[in-house]
Write a protein that binds this ligand. Sequence first.
Ligand code: SF4
Length: 244
Amino acid sequence: MGPLRNAYLDALGIDRWVPRDAPGEIPSIPEVVAASQVAAPVPHLAPANAPYVPSADWGALRERVAACTACAELCRTRTQTVFGVGNTRSEWLIIGEAPGAEEDRQGEPFVGRAGQLLNAMLLAIGLPREQVFIANILKCRPPGNRDPKPDEVSRCLPFLSNQIALLKPKIILAVGRIAAQNLLATDAPLARLRGKLHSFGDPATPLIITYHPAYLLRTPSDKRKAWEDLKLARATHARITAGA
Ligand code: SF4
């Protein structure tokens, strides 16, 4: 483990350790499979009303999101839409909940303290922020940082599905309850969803759930569980890219 990763694990507040009988930290494939309960794939999310015709390229999709007025309250109160950011050729897609006040101001997801912690979490598994693509379930900020309403989520999810279709990620990391529950179409608590390998869409993309960095800032005692999730994500990606 290099000094840079050590520094970021320190930022996460995670003790560094190496298993006595294993040289590395990436669990073996059998360990991953044993540790993971593979949930059945869920179909791509359908638009709420009229059939959604996907945009064929990133530029067209970005313009379409920027012009969207489907949610009356959100488009009245937002500063701007927050499309997503990062490498559109990345094998990694990070999905959060919705923009907060700072994201709404800057037009970028995961900025501020939660963003810094997300960056640290990603770097801890060798992923600079610039190497992944980051998007939210909702592209507009709910006022007062309230939870997204179900009808807002249904209107906005086709945009995310469109982003997934364009990106074709090898793995998705969903952070936080809202992202997890909406991607898996469940109301199960996050504690029951994390620590497992799920899949999303058709074709099925591996999906790992972990805590939202804003939650981890409030509850640092759960950072160790988040680290386990990140290691599961890293091992799953390594297994996929090795063709296993
Ligand atoms: S949240 Fe999504 S669907 Fe609603 S107005 Fe914003 S971009 Fe449109």
